[in-house]
Design a binder for this molecule. Sequence first.
Ligand SMILES: [Ca+2]
Length: 164
Amino acid sequence: MALRIGGNMTANKVQQHLMFAAQSVLVAIFGISLVAALHPDARAGVRSALVKDYRVLVSSARADLIGNGIAYTVTKVKTRDSIFLEVFRPEPDGSQKLMEKIELTDARDGYFNFNGRVANLALEDIDDDGRAEILVPVFDRDLVGRLSIFKYNEGMNGFERVVR
Ligand SMILES: [Ca+2]
């Protein structure tokens, strides 16, 4: 056995290493099979968990967006192809009700320098009307940074993009 790979890793050690890796994979597969065997629905669940687009919360902030004294929560969520803004209204029972969901297609998470800090979401009343605007920096598909601004529109009873 003169085969040597890398510094002092002999063929035997490589073999042990591969065996260990293979065992780990088997344990992982066995674990998933076990879950699937225990719960009939789990098999589909495991598969969809692997295939489904991931959702990652990248930022959240609270502010009065409508000028009614209520602090709404805005979250910035990234999926594989898009950025979503979600606006939640606090309910009397303490829960948060989804009011609006805005998709920014073909967008990647971005950040900007706002009031001396790096932020990837900011809620700020930039036109002094007593309602905070939603400032959301993203990168487009060409990796060009863009700042979108959304403002509450009473007529629409929703948020409209005022700057792109
Ligand atoms: Ca405003």
